[in-house]
Write a protein that binds this ligand. Sequence first.
Ligand SMILES: CC(C)(COP(=O)(O)OP(=O)(O)OC[C@H]1O[C@@H](n2cnc3c(N)ncnc32)[C@H](O)[C@@H]1OP(=O)(O)O)[C@@H](O)C(=O)NCCC(=O)NCCS
Length: 279
Amino acid sequence: MVTLVSHPGVLGAACIAQVSGRFDRSGRRAARSLVAGRLPGQLQGAVQSRQIEFLAGRWCARRALRAIDPAANHEVGIAADGTPLWPPGFVGSITHTADFVWAAAASRRDAAAIGIDSEPIMTAARAHRLAPSIARPDEIARTRAVLGVDFAAATSLLFSAKESLFKCLSAHLGRAFDCLDARVVVSREPGSFRAMGIEGRLELDATHVHTGVMLAATDVPTRVARAQPVHRSRDAFRQADGRREAEVALGFGYGEVLVPPDQEHRGPGEERTGGYSQR
Ligand SMILES: CC(C)(COP(=O)(O)OP(=O)(O)OC[C@H]1O[C@@H](n2cnc3c(N)ncnc32)[C@H](O)[C@@H]1OP(=O)(O)O)[C@@H](O)C(=O)NCCC(=O)NCCS
């Protein structure tokens, strides 16, 4: 079903098992795997290409889970909204492109959530069309300046980073959010970015971008709790005068992107509003 290839190097934590490979969406091999594959009801009527990518993702996910827990034969289910249901005690994430598939998994003892995403670099026309719904002009300008890449690569990268954030955080936040709700700051430290108080990593090659974020198991209680009132605060701040309040709200109240160092937020008992680092 899947020919194993090395996975992108964006999730450094040793506690994460990762499996990636190339797969063929059509042809005899694909058809054979369909027969053997375990398709959930909601995908029975899907087009073959979608069925194959699903099975390829689950194949990688099972293999990653087996690397962590060889004694068990874990399966990854699917919720009505398409969210993958990882077995109790585990977290993970899946992404696929035209012929590439990648899954990452970890024990809940080590990670509270993971988000990975791979995207082909958009054409310039597509990037210019989609950019307004993906990122603000200054986000794209900074990404281009820091990484020395063109508009299409910068836009594709920001999109991928936000998809990883969404996959990592949406369950914890208990609601969906859009690309413009998150502000991604590509940092000068090669291969990393920050958004919503989380540190992520990125990889760019000639044709694709790969991103990954991990929420450490110890981090969730403080940050996610603070994130909750955003929608309310966004509206509230919109009424408030003064641009920065609104931006802080849109930055999910972490402020480290928007508040100059000397005015950094310090929560009770918190050293820095540092955000999540990949341990
Ligand atoms: C769900 C979504 C993130 C998937 O991303 P994509 O680039 O379309 O596709 P990918 O191949 O990278 O990822 C697909 C996998 O994401 C996983 N996924 C789907 N919904 C998910 C969710 N709510 N949370 C976590 N993972 C999810 C699934 O495993 C899916 O593969 P599968 O259906 O074969 O199991 C995207 O379709 C989506 O809904 N985005 C809207 C929300 C968003 O991104 N907002 C921007 C936030 S800043």
